[in-house]
Design a protein around this ligand. Sequence first.
Ligand SMILES: O=P(O)(O)OC[C@H]1O[C@H](OP(=O)(O)O)[C@H](O)[C@@H]1O
Ligand SMILES: Nc1ccnc(=O)[nH]1
Length: 503
Amino acid sequence: MKLKAQPYDIEVGRYEVIINTVDAEELGIHAGDRVQVKNRDTLTAVVETTDGIVTPGRLGVYREAWEALKAVPDEIVDVLPASRPKSISFIKKKMDREKLTNDEMHDIIADIVEGNITEVELTAFVTASYMHGMDNDEIEWMTRAMVKTGDQISFDTHPIMDHHSIGGVPGNKISLCIVPIIAASGLLIPKTSSRAITGAGGSADLMEILAPVSFNADEIKKMTTQVGGCLVWGGATNIAPADDRIINVEYPLSIDPKSQLLASVMAKKFAVGADTMVLDIPMGNQTKIPTIQEGRKMARDFMELGDRLGMKIECAISYGGNPIGRAIGGGLEVKEALVMLESFTGPRSLLEKTINISGMMLEMGGMAQKNEGAKMAQELVKSGKALEKFKEIIEIQGGDPKITSEDVPVGDKVATVLSPKDGYVLDIFNKSLVQVCRIAGAPHDKGAGILIHKKKGEYVKKGDGLFTIYAEKEWKLDSAIKESLRNPIMFVEGMILERVQVV
Ligand SMILES: O=P(O)(O)OC[C@H]1O[C@H](OP(=O)(O)O)[C@H](O)[C@@H]1O
Ligand SMILES: Nc1ccnc(=O)[nH]1
């Protein structure tokens, strides 16, 4: 069918066109199908249909396809139904619980990177993986495909250190402290992070408050060589580019299938040339890993994948049943991390976790003797060397090295939720906590989040502040308060939880 092309200068991340429903019917296609568009060039694009925006006889062409076709407005192009990429049938195979081959996995990942797969199809892949899982071969193939379809860095010196957390525990700002500690010891650490997946702020979201986080592979290598480390957003680089596309469909569902999680983390680490790493596996109620047995299984899976990729990995199964520190979300977390580096003060959970994981890394990297790593990490913070290093990292990434914890802005719309009774904080519900932070605006609004005043086990009197919600917008604060009342984030009770009696 001949149609008159008109540009829609909107970036959609793949080749996509809009066709009037009258023409779509004539072509026998529906929204989500593909068409071949031909002028001097030929490309396959995903179809959107409309009753109005594009009139019959015309073809709306989004930016990427327009540029690839080098079309001119009102040019006549040929439009024909096209078949779906083969990888859709491989996704279907996973939905049917079958094992994929190396080539099939590679095709899926390559199509994700090239934008040949729609969100619906990608969501089906992620959901099928969530429900049916993958075996170790498939996970290795997916990891390798994610690395191969992007840029890679290789360093001339070794070891190249890395640290990563599987996430799932609120307030886990430890990377902001670990990266400078390791770099201050003289080791190299080119740290890539993702943005929030199931949480209220990923390490990339947090670092972005202090400095830009979008860099390419060459820049990451250069910054690491110059100051020893960096903390950048994996999604901005062309490093394992499939990862961020997959995370984009995981985020709204708040799911992180184990197979994708393993590949997501390890592809980023492998691609930056890391060879020695510690993996943090937060374990506990309402985390990604509810029991120690599952934590050990996850650790074994990571170590096996590390073996297959030739990387030395140790895992720290950490306590995740409660938030790390007292600050959750954007600026609040960055402040807490900076205070830790400035004065080695702050919540014990943050100090202990940071120091112990850093210690493991210093031992693995050959900087400290066995069992001496934590002490060395502590000295690097107490001497101010880690803070100084963090400032160098902030500066090289283009931020202001003079920033202090006091300067980090937080939302000025605040509300403190009070305890309704005397008692003990018997539980804090991670998922409800994250939900309230997200409604308050996190991770997008950097000033949004929650500061916890009372943690699990602490005694409270009626009227004591339990936590404070921060937001940048009044209406978001109101919604967050309502959510925290509908779906409490803390459970306060006395020693008698309930009286059960004969009625
Ligand atoms: O949003 P949830 O699922 O909690 O976790 C995602 C976070 O976990 C990892 O942390 P890090 O980069 O190792 O510090 C990721 O990079 C990301 O920042
Ligand atoms: N799926 C993931 C979990 C944690 N970190 C990541 O980078 N990816």
